[in-house]
Design a protein around this ligand. Structure first.
Ligand SMILES: NC(=O)c1ccc[n+]([C@@H]2O[C@H](COP(=O)([O-])OP(=O)(O)OC[C@H]3O[C@@H](n4cnc5c(N)ncnc54)[C@H](OP(=O)(O)O)[C@@H]3O)[C@@H](O)[C@H]2O)c1
Length: 262
């Protein structure tokens, strides 16, 4: 039985967001699916409606562009059609030395991975807290917990998402509303190709998570009212270790792993 009537999922046109949408539809939650690629969203909406009878609204928007993002904020603010689960999942990364990367793309990353999460969460929480019910799931990354040479901006954006969400979780105590940070490790999606990361074949097969597992574990954690979920036993251990190793050895370890992966 789903606790949610309507969920808004960003980045639903592929990967983890697509898996969130499928998981929610299968348990009878109506959806608002958001991404830039309208055609992919419409195909998904049709498929989920036919398979599960849920209502799926398509909202094509570029969440890194404030004007386009405003339409999504407006939808979340519509109290006549309340959204009781927001999944801030859309995001991308870049790979390379910061000094060599075009600054416009880095800025876009901050717009999408940070500012869209901040703004959509703000508008969604206003309605949820007033109604005394709702969940926000923000998709971070294990990159939030380890220094990430060649992914400096990405890791920083995900550190923001984690810290922001866990702070909100505590602020929201007693309101009936819960914020959960989802912290996936390597997950098989379009993410690596979009980041033009050419070394993904060096990641051992057993290190890869499926988007379905990430979505399932994240929704279970939201239902249980948890502040953070790290899908997969290996990644739970990694995050645990990363939090106790002091800064200098942690940076040395991260740099060594990075060198070996090249
Ligand atoms: N895959 C991994 O290894 C991994 C690990 C840890 C965390 N994550 C996080 O998981 C989340 C989902 O990524 P994924 O792995 O599922 O990657 P993905 O397959 O590339 O999916 C990214 C989604 O975000 C959407 N998106 C990208 N830019 C957008 C924009 N400007 N406005 C609106 N939507 C946009 C994409 O759709 P359109 O192109 O149609 O806009 C797509 O639906 C991200 O936040 C990522 O940082 C991924």
């Amino acid at each position: 039985m789903t606790p949610w009537s309507t969920a808004l999922v960003t980045g639903a046109s592929s990967g983890i967001g697509d898996a969130f949408a499928r998981e929610l539809a299968a348990t009878g939650t109506d959806l608002v699916v958001v991404a830039r690629d309208r055609e992919r969203l419409e195909t998904l909406a049709k498929e989920l409606h036919e398979a599960h009878g849920v209502h799926v609204e398509v909202l094509a928007a570029d969440l890194s562009a404030p004007v386009s993002r405003a339409a999504v904020e407006k939808r979340l603010a519509d109290r006549t059609r309340p959204v009781d689960l927001l999944v801030n999942n859309a995001g991308f990364g870049t790979v390379g030395r910061f000094v060599d990367l075009p600054i416009g793309r880095e800025e876009q990353q901050v717009q999408l991975n940070v500012l869209a999460v901040l703004r959509l969460t703000s508008v969604a929480l206003a309605g949820m807290v007033a109604r005394g019910h709702g969940n926000v799931v923000n998709v971070a990354s294990i990159a939030a917990f380890v220094p990430a040479p060649d992914s400096a901006t990405y890791a920083a954006t995900k550190a923001f998402v984690c810290s922001f969400t866990e702070s909100l979780h505590d602020e929201l105590a007693g309101t009936g509303v819960c914020a959960t940070a989802s912290v996936p490790g390597f997950t098989r999606t379009e993410f690596q190709d979009r980041a033009e990361w050419t070394e993904q074949e060096h990641v051992p097969e057993r290190a890869w998570l499926s988007p379905e597992q990430v979505a399932r574990d994240s929704l279970a954690a939201a239902r249980a009212g948890r502040a953070r979920v790290v899908p997969g036993v290996g990644y739970k251990a990694l995050v645990g270790v990363a939090q106790v190793i002091p800064g200098t050895p942690k940076r040395w370890l991260a740099a060594t792993v990075r060198r070996l992966a090249r």
